[in-house]
Unconditional design. Sequence first.
Length: 193
Amino acid sequence: MRRNIITAILYTLVTTIIFGVAYPLLVTGAAQLLFKDKANGQLITENGTVVGSHLLGQSFSAPTYFHSRPSAAGNGYDAANSSGSNYAPTNQKLIDRVKGDAAAANADHPGTDVPVDLVTASGSGLDPDITPAAAEYQVARVAKERHISESAVHDLVAKHTQARQFGVLGEPRVNVLELNLDLDHTAPLVAAK
């Protein structure tokens, strides 16, 4: 009996060291060596300051910026609270929120259909991308607010439109943070005097 207890304790210690310490250190080291950017969350920096991640959405509400998908994660884009609303399509709270978001988005384009991703949250609530149609829908507002041509804004959207991975996986998409950062570089906002 005593021998079995000692064997069990030794196996527990050895496997804890191998699988709880050595293996995670090995995998972390390999990731840092081979895929440093991806292993560190694909952070985006501006002037030495982290402004976001390529992988996580952020809220943009100013009319001078492209807006992201709505987020149901906590107070919005809260990675610690990642989830969708889990409301059924017939839930009155969801219907009211979508109608309100559609009315707000439709203010710039009366009588036109709002792209669905501008009024519905993603499953994680952290989606950094919108469809090219959702970006194009916002071009007129952004161009007007930035005092630049719609053509220049269309060019930025086209520049940031990513195709399907390997030509078949996923859908075409536009990373909102990257587009807005490029917009700031191309047509900086002038502070009011």
